[in-house]
Design a protein around this ligand. Structure first.
Ligand code: SF4
Ligand code: SF4
Length: 401
């Protein structure tokens, strides 16, 4: 039987569409992270408020107490809903078509292919058990977050580290995450999407929806010439040529196998009733669906791209009846005057204890702490002492950084 060649143009468009979306997300999120570090006021939301995994970590607290974990925002929950919607439609398509950390790994993988002359595959005896690691990471960090009501993964999160690359606190606060980022990128240089395959808890979570997913890569066996181009193209090492339908929870719906197949009408995304979707429509449709959810909730005012001020954070976390707030809310980015105002501490006392002139107190703590020799922890301790005994607080001596 003669086989027709698959048309090139739609395949090229499908690839470029996916790469364009991933590039925009990676560049946009990196810029937001940089601006979050650099701007003192009107800055973008922090990385924790713009990550679907934060939405998953806060779920237990949200359901049982109605409150979010610190640093998490409604936007994180919206992103979680959007990623689950994508998973129900096309498996781990968030990983393959939106996730900026996934794309960073793809860029490293591309470099690795050039330098190492081709794609490497982890030996099966190691690969199989290693793929289970991500489920343990998922269970461990979600269990910890739900038990401690804190963002347990934050210090170890490679994406959080990436978003703090320009932060003065990178080494002190994010060293474990930076190490994991190094492992993810170095690993991806040799083995495609190393972190996605072996360690990512979000990927493990989204993989759980694979069986319920509406669309999946489907192979028409009668047309297949068994060239195995699909297997070679798959960054997740799924053996596409051995199955009629790709059901693996490892599939990130990137469509690379579909665009690599040289025979017309052989590989395609297919949904209910075996309805086939062109690779371009799949690429554009999935990105548009995600953008629609984020866009609509931004317009409705639920998705907030800006970081709350210290006063807003205090109001959102419901201070105690006496007006006292959780000192854990005091961060390096908090404006000193806002903190002291919320605690009812006169600016003159602040000047006396920290040496910061009143005119300088309207600056974020991180911008003046090294000039005047104190740390955010000093400010937290001082506020707690002042609540107990204002006179004793006046004699407080900051320990410095
Ligand atoms: S099976 Fe195809 S769509 Fe799934 S990850 Fe592999 S290349 Fe991407
Ligand atoms: S790429 Fe895969 S599905 Fe397409 S003809 Fe080759 S083996 Fe068959």
């Amino acid at each position: 039987m003669a086989h027709q060649k698959a048309p090139q143009t739609p395949r090229r468009w499908a690839r470029w569409t996916r790469w364009a979306v991933l590039s925009v997300v990676l560049a946009g999120m990196t810029l937001l992270g940089y601006l979050h570090q650099e701007l003192a006021v009107d800055k973008p939301a922090g990385v924790d408020a713009l990550c679907p995994f934060g939405g998953l970590e806060t779920l237990f607290s949200l359901v049982t107490t109605g409150a979010m974990l610190k640093k998490v925002a409604v936007a994180s929950v919206i992103l979680l809903v959007a990623t689950v919607a994508m998973a129900l439609l096309a498996r781990r398509s968030f990983c393959g078509r939106v996730c900026p950390l996934g794309f960073l790994q793809e860029l490293m993988g591309g470099l690795g292919h050039r330098v190492l002359r081709g794609r490497r595959t982890m030996p099966a005896a190691l690969d199989r058990p290693a793929r289970l690691l991500k489920y343990a990471v998922l269970a461990g960090f979600i269990g910890l977050a739900w038990a401690t009501a804190d963002l347990a993964i934050r210090p170890y999160d490679p994406w959080v580290a990436w978003q703090h690359l320009t932060s003065a606190d990178l080494i002190t606060d994010f060293a474990p995450g930076l190490a994991v980022l190094g492992v993810a990128l170095a690993g991806s240089f040799v083995y495609d999407r190393f972190f996605c395959k072996y360690l990512c808890p979000m990927g493990a979570f989204l993989g759980l929806f694979s069986k319920a997913s509406l669309f999946r890569v489907t192979r028409t066996t009668a047309n297949c010439i068994d060239c195995r181009a699909c297997d070679k193209a798959c960054p997740m090492n799924v053996t596409v040529s051995a199955v009629q339908k790709v059901d693996s929870p490892e599939c990130i719906s990137c469509g690379e196998c579909v665009t690599a197949c040289p025979v017309k009408d052989t590989l395609a995304f297919a949904g209910p009733g075996s309805r086939r979707v062109s690779p371009v429509v799949a690429a554009a449709g999935l990105a548009a669906g995600f953008a629609l959810i984020v866009g609509a909730t931004t317009l409705s005012g639920h998705f907030d791209w800006t970081a709350p001020s210290f006063a807003q954070s205090v109001a959102e976390t419901a201070p105690a009846p006496d007006g006292s707030f959780d000192v854990g809310l005091i961060k390096g980015s908090s404006v000193l005057a806002e903190v002291m105002d919320a605690a009812g501490i006169p600016p003159e006392t602040v000047e006396q204890v920290f040496g910061v002139p009143v005119a300088e107190q309207d600056r974020p703590i991180k911008d003046i702490k090294s000039v005047y020799g104190f740390s955010p922890e000093d400010v937290r301790t001082f506020v707690e002492i002042y609540r107990q005994d204002p006179e004793a607080a006046a004699a407080f001596v900051p320990a410095g950084e």
